[in-house]
Design a protein around this ligand. Structure first.
Ligand code: ADP
Length: 161
């Protein structure tokens, strides 16, 4: 049986912390799908196609990783993909409240599902897309937090300073 894991998120934009989790998952599962959520309730800085492009560029060297997008219920998407493993990253204790609630709900909706929490390398513990967006908006370079490709996209989006 092929072990397929889905790593869903907003990825607005992908950070080195996200990428660290993708690399860990790729070592653990046969196939990993990074799934960009197309959630109309959130107002993202980057469009779905821009986010897909940035992730595709970043995972090019990982042959068992695919990039996709989904709308609607995550569990419906997981069933469609025949995935029984959901990957989430855990940085700090404060992530747990929300993540445990999500995992519990998802398992009620899809009983064969296991949520696997992965911890990133220490240097990414305090890294969040929201911070990257904020400093970019204020004119700071985000090179140490994102891939060079994403850093260029941030400069284009917010204007090079
Ligand atoms: P969402 O809106 O679904 O939380 P995010 O793109 O913010 O989407 O995050 C997707 C997943 O990646 C979440 O599980 C989040 O906890 C995790 N994550 C975000 N930043 C990091 C990081 N720096 N290190 C490890 N995991 C992270």
């Amino acid at each position: 049986m092929t072990r397929i894991a889905v790593y869903p998120g907003s990825f607005d934009p992908l950070t080195r912390g996200h990428l660290d989790i993708v690399q860990r998952a790729a070592r653990m599962f046969d196939h990993v799908v990074v799934a960009v959520s197309n959630n109309s309730q959130k107002k993202p800085v980057f469009s779905v196609s821009e986010r897909l492009e940035m992730i595709e560029e970043a995972v090019r060297g990982l042959p068992n990783v695919d990039v996709d997008t989904f709308a609607g219920l995550l569990v419906d998407y997981l069933r469609k993909k025949k995935a029984r493993v959901l990957i989430r990253g855990l940085r700090v204790v404060s992530d747990m409240d929300y993540e445990f609630q999500l995992a519990s709900f998802n398992r009620r909706l899809y009983k064969d599902l296991e949520t696997v929490f992965l911890m990133p390398d220490d240097q990414y513990t305090y890294l969040a897309s929201s911070m990257v967006r904020e400093i970019s908006r204020l004119g700071a370079g985000a090179d140490q937090f994102v891939t060079p490709f994403v850093a260029r996209r941030l400069k284009l989006k917010f204007g090079a300073k």
